[in-house]
Design a binder for this molecule. Structure first.
Ligand SMILES: Nc1ncnc2c1ncn2[C@@H]1O[C@H](COP(=O)(O)OP(=O)(O)OP(=O)(O)O)[C@@H](O)[C@H]1O
Ligand SMILES: [Mg+2]
Length: 230
């Protein structure tokens, strides 16, 4: 019995129309085990972000299935998919995507609010997360007063608001220097080891290999080869 915790089966997706149509994924089947960190590599345009968007219920495949905690989710309508996403999945991006006019702590508190508007104690939880990520002295800084590595730590803290079991990261270290990048690798690895989260990282950055349980390579919309790095 295959592990259907998180993954896609025979998934294909086309973008564009007629002559301009691109098949971004070609019958991809790949599953990710709970409590692991997987690295997805591959050249530009190979379908990495598209795969992450399927796993994150941001897109539906034209063919094939998407599995989330053992359920097929691509048959759900947009509203149902949004609910699933809010409960189970968070995203981290290369460009951080913080709210520029909000302080670090307000960015994280907003993450809690977006997931559960009725949740009490948001500011304290946001503060605790930022302190844990070494930003206790920068709680009130706005993003433009933070270094790229600090911004990404704020973005990860915001992504962790609401305790999502799954974290999907698209090139999370691409804008960071070596030291800040390694720090982010370690933080996401800890999310697996200490909190049992399931993390999928898309990256060109080979320093992720030592932090990943598994590396999947996409090429031209297909899984090319796979090699465990444990
Ligand atoms: N919204 C879209 N509209 C049209 N074509 C798209 C769209 N999104 C992706 N594509 C195409 O699908 C293919 C896969 O794109 P995708 O963004 O998944 O690649 P990627 O591996 O993430 O690349 P990169 O490393 O540059 O981020 C590419 O040919 C891309 O041009
Ligand atoms: Mg991409």
């Amino acid at each position: 019995m295959p592990n259907h915790f998180l993954g896609v089966k025979d998934a294909s997706i086309w973008f564009g129309k007629r002559e301009a149509q691109v098949r971004a994924l070609r019958g991809v089947s790949v599953f990710f085990e709970r409590g692991t960190l997987s690295l997805v590599m591959g050249p530009s345009g190979s379908g990495k972000t598209t795969l992450l968007s399927l796993l994150g219920c941001l897109l539906s495949p034209d063919e094939g299935s998407v599995f989330l905690e053992g359920e097929v989710v691509n048959g759900l309508n947009e509203v149902e998919r949004t609910v699933v996403r809010q409960k189970k999945i968070s995203f981290v991006f290369q460009a951080f995507r913080l709210f520029h006019s909000l302080s670090a702590i307000d960015n994280v508190a907003l993450g809690f609010e977006l997931r559960d508007a009725a949740l009490p104690g948001r500011m304290k939880m946001a503060r605790d997360l930022l302190i844990r990520f070494g930003l206790g002295d920068k709680l009130n800084r706005e993003p433009n007063e933070l270094s790229p590595g600090e911004k990404q730590r704020v973005a990860i803290a915001r992504a962790l608001a609401g305790n999502p079991p799954i974290l999907l990261a698209d090139e999370p270290t691409a804008s960071l220097d070596a030291r800040a990048g390694k720090n982010i690798c370690q933080i996401l690895r800890n999310q697996v080891d200490e909190h049992g989260r399931t993390v999928v990282v898309v990256s060109h950055d080979s320093r992720w290999r030592e932090f990943a349980d598994r590396t999947i390579t996409l090429c031209d919309g297909q899984v090319e080869k796979e090699k465990g790095s444990l």
